[in-house]
Each structure stands twice: as structure tokens, then as C-alpha cells.
Write a protein that binds this ligand. Structure first.
Ligand SMILES: Cc1cc2nc3c(=O)[nH]c(=O)nc-3n(C[C@H](O)[C@H](O)[C@H](O)COP(=O)(O)OP(=O)(O)OC[C@H]3O[C@@H](n4cnc5c(N)ncnc54)[C@H](O)[C@@H]3O)c2cc1C
Ligand SMILES: *[C@@H]1O[C@H](CO)[C@@H](O)[C@H](O)[C@H]1NC(C)=O
Length: 464
């Protein structure tokens, strides 16, 4: 396509960061015919065993799948993942209760995050591992200084577009910070996370595999996602002060006895005592910024533009959706970067900011409310209404996870639905109280008390 005198064939797009979003983005640009150079500071991550500090298995949902399917990669990735149909809540007493995501067929897929090889199918896309970006300049000449060549020397490259996909601690973003009218905020939550492995039992999964397992314990929480090798990766989320209190193997055991007793035999006492101390707990940060671009030269996507806390399982999905949104705007604006980049910022910032907020909201909800009867009751009501009025009432979680409704629109709809539902419940409750009082006045009952727990249990066991 012609634009700015050069055709896309002659234009160089430098993608900095060959992580999840960088590798996928490289496909999107390569498909359009650009000369794509991906620079990744790590060794070939397809071979590295564990990506330190980053979950190797992630929940891929609708937005991410859509983004993969546009470049013909969905089946390839999904077939190597394990579908998760529901969440499984583990109570303190060891009881397990499933909370379905929504309708039948709505599943998230747990995938390993090694798609660095994605772009290799395109002859015009090149992966450069061991290449770390040091410095770059958005104004005149675009220079990428790269480290990691065998002789340790620097190398430079002039690119027509630089795409910053270099993660939450982006080097590309540093240049944005020096510019005027760039909004930026970052928040570290008081929680850290630590990963533990749950091995297979006699060659089989130690727990039911097609679930996202959750142990909600108010301020702590553990989750477990299934892997293809029949292990589970358990992630323990806990405030850093609590992590710091646990210093010996015995402390670990005591802590697990108290909060996650059913997980002890599954992870194994010895493994627990040692694995717990293998790596320090990792921090989690939420980053928002705006704009996402500098002139027609540079754009941020993925975690470099919006790191979110992991409690909605949307970080990668949002980053993948960035690629689709950018691609759609490329069509609308005939690949003219001077129009595409500002439009991308305009369209995408409100959505990415919303998912950052929602993830933060879920951080509170997942820890506290998954245990709360009101939350479960409201969820049931939402699910029933969704069943009765599938187009009108859609639970927020469903809109975020199983549709491509723009994040900020999903949030607006949810506020509206909540208002309507809560008013409806109020009306029903008032009606019930009035009606009840009337009946009681007319026919005084023989006193029979039903424990409130039973009432809730009955309500909760309503099948949709
Ligand atoms: C505990 C946890 C659980 C999560 N679970 C989920 C989930 O279930 N579902 C989901 O959708 N998301 C999840 N996420 C979020 C997800 O991991 C991120 O959103 C995703 O990895 C972002 O991809 P990215 O490519 O933007 O950044 P990254 O994956 O961070 O990749 C950035 C890449 O850039 C490279 N790089 C950095 N600096 C330079 C440089 N100067 N030069 C060259 N290369 C550089 C890095 O080596 C890296 O490969 C989770 C996150 C955490 C922490
Ligand atoms: C920065 O934030 C302020 C306050 O929210 C907002 O009014 C302004 O439009 C933002 N600027 C950019 C460039 O996003």
C-alpha cells in the first residue's frame, strides 16, 4: 500500500520486545508486508525452561483468541492448551465447589506463553534474540542501540516505526516520560506472588484439570492452573509483610496447615518446604499512561502501555487485542502512521485504562467476595437474568472474558445493569416483606426456624 512515498515493502518496523505481544504484533506487521525486525533482550525464549518471575501458563480467553485467529494461529496455540470450563473454589474445610464461567461452551484456555516463534512463518520478519535496546530517539534519526552481539559492540538501525512491546518496565516508554503532556501513573499493590508446582499423582492430574482452582482466604489467595504435562502451577498471592514472616520450612507448613490444608499432600511436604524459598515473592504493578504514541514514529502496546494486576486474567488478552485494534485502524487510515498512531491512542486508551481499573477491582473481589454469600447470591441472580434475558443482562465477567465488547463499554453497561437489578431486588424484597407481614398477620405461623445458612444454601443450589 502506498503511503508517505514508500510502500510498506520498503518500510522497516522495529518491534522492541519479543514477548507475547511483540511476537504476535510482528505477525500483524509482517502480514502487511513490512520489513519487521524484532529485538528481544533474552536468549531464545523458546528454549529457556522457566521465564523467571513470569507465569509460564496464562488464561487465554476470547479477545486473545480472536487476535490469534486473525493471523491463523488460534488452533495451533489452543490445541496445546487445556480448556478451563469453570472456577473451582476450595473452602478451608477442603470442600470444592464449582462456579461456572457462564454459558456452556464459554471456556478459557490455559496456555504456555512461548509464542516467540510465531513470526518465523514470515520471510520478511526477523527475530533478533540477545538484542537489548539501550537508547533510542524519536525526533530525527531513529537509532536503536543494541547490546548482546558476540563482540559486545553496539548496532544501530533506522526504522520507520518503532513498536514498544518491551513489557511493564519498558525502555521505549522512558523517552515518553521526558516529554510534555504525557500522563503516567504506576501503583505497586501490597501483595506479591510466588509460584509452586503441584506434580501429577500416578501420572494423572492431582486435581480436576478443567478448572481454574481458587483458594480464597480474604487477604491471601492461591490459584492453580493446569499444564499439559499434568502438573498444576499454583500461584500464592499474599501481602509482602506476610511473606516476610515465613522464614523456615516449618513456618511454611504451619501456614499451609492453617490456610490451604488440602493442598499440602498434593504439592508434597518436602517440595513445599524447598520450593517456597526458591525465588523471592514477585511484585505486581499497575501502570497507566497516555498517549500511547509519539508523532508518527513510535507506539506502545501490551504491558509497556498498560501493565495490569493479574486478577482478571486479562493482561495478555488486552495486549493481544491491542494488536487487532491497531490493525483495524491501519485499514481505516490506509497505513498512514501520522493518522493511525493518534487514532490508536484515542480509541485504545479508555479501554486499557478500564481493564487496569477492573483488574484492580477484582483484586479486592477475588480475595474477599468469592466467599461472601451476597456476592454469590448476586452472581446467581445475574446468571439467572442472563439466562432469561441473554441480550439485556450480561454479567461483567462474561462481557470482559467472552466477548469483544470494548472494556469501557462493558463497564458502563455493568453500572447500568447493577442499578436496574438492585432496584428490582429492592422492589421484590419490599414486596416480599409487605406480603409476608400481611400473611403473618392473617395466619400467625407455628414457629419453625430455618437456619439462615440453609436458606442461602437453598438459594445457591438453584440450578440455572
Ligand atoms: C502472576 C501473573 C499471572 C498472569 N496471568 C495472566 C493470565 O492468566 N491471562 C492473561 O491474559 N494475562 C496474565 N498475566 C499478564 C501477562 O503476563 C502480561 O500481560 C503479558 O506477559 C504482557 O506481554 P508483553 O509482551 O506486553 O510483555 P512481556 O511478556 O513482559 O514481554 C516483554 C518482552 O520484552 C523484552 N524486553 C524488555 N526490555 C527490553 C529491551 N530493553 N530490549 C529488548 N527486549 C526487551 C523482555 O525480555 C520480554 O520478552 C499475568 C501476569 C502475572 C504477573
Ligand atoms: C491527562 O490526565 C488528565 C486528567 O485525567 C486528562 O484531562 C488529560 O486529557 C490527560 N492527557 C492525556 C494526554 O491523556
Amino acid at each position: 500500500m502506498e503511503s508517505g512515498g514508500k510502500s510498506s515493502k520498503d518500510k522497516v518496523v522495529a518491534v522492541v520486545g519479543g514477548g507475547l505481544v511483540g511476537a504476535l504484533n510482528a505477525c500483524y506487521f509482517a502480514r502487511r508486508g513490512f520489513q519487521v525486525e524484532v529485538f528481544e533482550s533474552r536468549d531464545d525464549i523458546r528454549e529457556a525452561k522457566i521465564v523467571r518471575g513470569r507465569s509460564i501458563n496464562l488464561a487465554l480467553s476470547h479477545r486473545g483468541r480472536q487476535a490469534l485467529s486473525r493471523v491463523g494461529m488460534e488452533e495451533k496455540i489452543v490445541s496445546k492448551g487445556i480448556p478451563m470450563h469453570s472456577r473451582m473454589i476450595h473452602s478451608l474445610n477442603g470442600k470444592q465447589s464449582p462456579i461456572p464461567y457462564g454459558k456452556k461452551g464459554q471456556v478459557t484456555v490455559c496456555v504456555m506463553c512461548r509464542n516467540a516463534g510465531l513470526a518465523e512463518r514470515y520471510p520478511n520478519a526477523k527475530m533478533n534474540f540477545d538484542h537489548k535496546l539501550w537508547l533510542w530517539s524519536p525526533t530525527h534519526v531513529l537509532l536503536l542501540w543494541l547490546e548482546g552481539r558476540p563482540d559486545g559492540s553496539a548496532q544501530s538501525l533506522q526504522a520507520d516505526l518503532i513498536v514498544g512491546c518491551d513489557g511493564a518496565f519498558s525502555t521505549i516508554r522512558k523517552q515518553f516520560l521526558r516529554r510534555s503532556r504525557f500522563n503516567f501513573s504506576q501503583t505497586y499493590i501490597p501483595h506479591g506472588y510466588l509460584e509452586l508446582t503441584m506434580p501429577p499423582v500416578a501420572g494423572e492430574f492431582a486435581m480436576k484439570p478443567n478448572y481454574l482452582h481458587i483458594w480464597p482466604r480474604n487477604t491471601f489467595m492461591m490459584i492453580a492452573l493446569p499444564n499439559l504435562d499434568k502438573t498444576f502451577t499454583c500461584t500464592l498471592f499474599m501481602p509482602f509483610d506476610e511473606f516476610e514472616k515465613i522464614t523456615t520450612g516449618d513456618d511454611v507448613m504451619e501456614f499451609f496447615q492453617e490456610y490451604f490444608p488440602d493442598a499440602i499432600p498434593l504439592i508434597g511436604v518436602e517440595a513445599l518446604k524447598t520450593d517456597y524459598f526458591r525465588l523471592p515473592a514477585q511484585a505486581m504493578v499497575s501502570i497507566k499512561c497516555s498517549p500511547y504514541h509519539i508523532n508518527d514514529k513510535c507506539v506502545l502496546m501490551g504491558d509497556s502501555a498498560h501493565a495490569v494486576v493479574p486478577f482478571y486474567g486479562q493482561g495478555m488478552n488486552a495486549g493481544f487485542e491491542d494488536c487487532i485494534v491497531f490493525d483495524e485502524i491501519m485499514d481505516q487510515c490506509n497505513e498512514d502512521f501520522s493518522a493511525v498512531l493518534p487514532e490508536y491512542t484515542r480509541v485504545r486508551v479508555p479501554d486499557d485504562h478500564t481493564i487496569a481499573d477492573l483488574a484492580m477491582y477484582n483484586y479486592v473481589e477475588m480475595r474477599a467476595h468469592v466467599n461472601s454469600k451476597w456476592f454469590l447470591f448476586r452472581k446467581k441472580v445475574d446468571d439467572i437474568l442472563h439466562f432469561l434475558l441473554p441480550k439485556k443482562i450480561v454479567p461483567l465477567y462474561t462481557m470482559v472474558t467472552f466477548t469483544r465488547i470494548r472494556y469501557h463499554e462493558a463497564l458502563q453497561r455493568w453500572h447500568w445493569q447493577n442499578k436496574v437489578i438492585n432496584q428490582g431486588l429492592l422492589v421484590c424484597a419490599t414486596g416480599a416483606v409487605l406480603g409476608g407481614s400481611y400473611l403473618i398477620a392473617k395466619h400467625p405461623p407455628k414457629i419453625q426456624s430455618i437456619p439462615i445458612e440453609k436458606v442461602w444454601d437453598r438459594l445457591l443450589s438453584l440450578k440455572v
